[in-house]
Design a protein around this ligand. Sequence first.
Ligand code: CU
Length: 463
Amino acid sequence: MNNRRQFLRAASGAALLGAAAVSRAAQGAVPEAPLQTKPETQGPLAPPSGRPYNPVVTINGWTLPWRMNNGWKEFHLVAEPVRRQIAPGMTAHLWGYNGQSPGPTIECVEGDKVRIFVTNKLPEHTTIHWHGILLPNGMDGVGGLTQPQIPVGKTFVYEFEMKKSGTFMYHPHADEMVQMAMGMMGFFVVHPKNPNFMKVDRDFVFLINAFDIKPGAATPTVNTMLDFNLWCWNSRAFPGIDPFVVRTRDRVRIRFGNLTMTNHPIHMHGYDFEVTGTDGGWVPKSARWPEVSVDVAVGQMRAFEFDAIYPGDWAIHCHKSHHTMNPMGHGVPTMIGVDHRGVAEKIMKLVPDYMVMGERGMADMGEMEMPLPDNTLPMMTGRGPFGPLEMGGMFSVVKVRDGLARNDYKDPGWFQHPPGTVSREWNGPLPPAPAAPAAQRPRAASTPERELRAVKPAPGHKH
Ligand SMILES: [Cu+2]
C-alpha cells in the first residue's frame, strides 16, 4: 500500500497554478488517503483502534484504513481515474477511488461518529451518496438536491453517526449514468456494536458491476443503457475473480450489492442458504427461508449465510448464462446443426484463416486459441483440474477445505476428491430402456397435425 503524500505534494504544486485540490489549512486537517493498485484480495483488516469488530474480506479489494481524531473515525476518499485489471490480459481505464474501482470498502461500527473527506480528482464534479445509511439529509450526497457538487480539485467533508449496523454501499449522485458506468462505487459495512451479534467466521463482500468496453478498447462506452458486455464482481471478470476461501464448518456470510442496470440471480452450488440481510437491515430468523439462488435487483444488496459443512470446489455465479461470458463472440450467428463444410471450403480459398464456428455448439471456444484484439478477454476461458471451464464474467468458486488456519484466505488449489466420488465414463452394460407407461404413450390428439394429414384412411373407411 502506498501513501498519498506524493499526491498531496502534487496538489500543493497545483495550487500555484490556481487549481488547489485542498486548501493549505484543510491539508493539515485531512488524513492521508491510502492507495491500492493491486487487484488481489487483500484479506481482512483487523481494527487497530476504536470498537472491536469482525472485519470483512472484499473479493479483489481492500478496506480503507482510518485514523481516530477526538472520537471521530476519519477516512479519506479520493475520486480519480484509475486503471483496473479486469482479468489477466485486459486492463480498463475506469474512474474509482484511491487507486481502484470499486473504491475501498469502508468498515465502521454502529454508534461510530464517522468523518469522510472526499477529494475530487476527476475531470468533472462529483458527490458521494451513502446508500442505505440513516443520516442527516444534508449528508445524503445528492448533487444539487442536498449539497452543491464537489468541484474538480476540491475536498468536501461528510459527517454522520452510525445509527444501525448492516450492509451498505457508496456511489456518486452526480452525472449519474456516466460515473457509475465508469466504475465509481464502493462497499460500506457497519458492524454491530456487539461483536457477537450475527457473528460469522468469514464475511465476504463485493459489488456487482457491468461495463460496455468494445473489444480492443479500454474505456467504457458510458452512454450504453442496457447492452453491457463485461459482467463483473468488483470490476473483475472470470478468471480474474478470486475464489471465496472457506474453512470446513465455518459460518460464512457473502454480501453483495448490484449497481448494474439489470438484476442478477446469484446462485451457489452445494449448499442451501438463507438471506440474512439486505441494505434495509438484518432479516429476523422468523422471516427467512431456504434458497440456492437469490436475485438481487438493481440498486439492492443481499447478504446470505451458510454453515460450510461440505468440502469441495463449489461454483458461485450469476444464473443469467450470458453473464458468465466475456465480450467476444456475442455477434456470432447460431450455427448449431448447420453443415457448412462446402461453403467453408469455398470461403477458405478466398480467406485462408476463415474458421467455421459453432456448428456443434460453442464449447470448442473454451479451448480455441483465437486471434483476439489487444486488451480483450476471450468469451469463455479459464481452466480447471478437468479441462477448460468455458466461463467468463460473473463466476467464481467457493473453496471449502479442511484444516485451513483461521485467517487463511490463500487459494488452496483444486479440491482433492475422495476416491470414487467423481462422475466418470460408464463402460458396463446399459440398463434396458424402460417402456413408457400406458398413460404416457402418445395419443392421436397429441400427434402433430402434419403427421395426421399423412395418415391414410384405412380401406373402406368413410368420412
Ligand atoms: Cu447477472
